[in-house]
Design a protein around this ligand. Sequence first.
Ligand SMILES: [Zn+2]
Length: 272
Amino acid sequence: MNFLTRVRTRYVLHHYAIKHPLWQTVSAELQLLQGMTSVEKTHLRELSTLFLHQKNIIGIELQVTELMRVIIAVQACLPVLALGLKLLAGWTDLIIYPDAFRVSKNEMDGDGIVHHNEKILSGEAWLSGPVILSWENIKQSLQNSQSGQNVIVHEIAHKLDMLNGRANGMPPLHVSMQTAAWTAALSAAFEQLNQRLELHQRVCINPYAATSPAEFFAVFSEYFFSAPEILHQHFNNVYVQLRQYYRQDPLQRKLNFGPMRNKVRPQDVGWC
Ligand SMILES: [Zn+2]
């Protein structure tokens, strides 16, 4: 960080810090933060303050309150807690719809034929463009925070994935990481998930992860932060890679905090 950036950062943190009562409310509301050290929470509050200063959060037919802004910022900053806010540079807008939203796209298939598709989405991340989110889905993940579903983490994971130009399930890895180990762990789990779904076998992960490597990375990132015990139990090699990538250990955080609601029962082993 150069001198000017450092001065500007200090100014923003000093003048625009998330107010203490608001921060207390949000950190009590967000179970994702349970088990964090006070140092981690302080850092997350600072990142969220800077995030809110850098990004526009725009409600469409929705009044976005200060509480909503902070709830969104904290969850957007959680994945980059140990990576830095620079990984979320290059785009400014988060568009918030009240509920799931309809998108229509023309998509070309392998034979060059263009198909018009309409989809209902809870979130979307554009390459170098906005992140679009449904407030209803954000609320659902707040109410059921250990479900393994978190639309904000999902879209931020796509943004990180896109840092090397396209979403393909492989964000730029740290130099300390091995590309071969990442590819082997994630490819094996992706294949395993697809095979079970093809055989109509039960899976413990949202089947949407099997639609593409990009969605696999985004969905597994949701589980990594909100239901790490499921990944650790069933896809430990992926858990290890994500722990190295995000430089966080949410499972350890949960264990430090106390008993886990999602603790895997012996009869569940082998779901995946
Ligand atoms: Zn996605």
